[in-house]
Design a protein. Structure first.
Length: 112
């Protein structure tokens, strides 16, 4: 992708939503709720403070994040649906390594 966001904006690819419910019912695209997490694809250089100094962003490309339901602007770049939002709209970074370790621990406890 040849797109670089300006200032404190980030480009996000939404995570894929579930196509089946927990009960096994297949959910059509029109009834699916859009996920509120995604992967950061590109980040801008950062915002400027009152003195004009550049303040770098806390997120970087490759981070998995959680954002608000109505955050950002939906755009299509190179045929791909993406979101562009300011860093302030991001609620937090999801640590996938910690989630994977927790899943293994729970699985080991169930097996015991």
């Amino acid at each position: 992708m040849k797109f670089r966001p300006l200032h404190d904006r980030v480009v996000i690819r939404r995570a894929e939503g579930d196509i089946k419910s927990k009960g096994g019912i297949i959910i059509p695209d029109t009834a699916k709720e859009k996920p509120q997490e995604g992967e950061v694809i590109a980040v801008g250089p950062g915002a400027r403070d009152e003195n004009g100094a550049l303040v770098p962003l806390d997120v970087k490309a490759g981070d998995f994040i959680l954002f608000g339901k109505w955050s950002g602007t939906e755009v299509k770049i190179d045929g791909e649906d993406l979101l562009i939002m300011k860093e302030a709209d991001i609620m937090g970074i999801i640590d996938k390594r910690e989630t994977a370790a927790t899943d293994k621990t729970v699985a080991a406890k169930k097996a015991a």
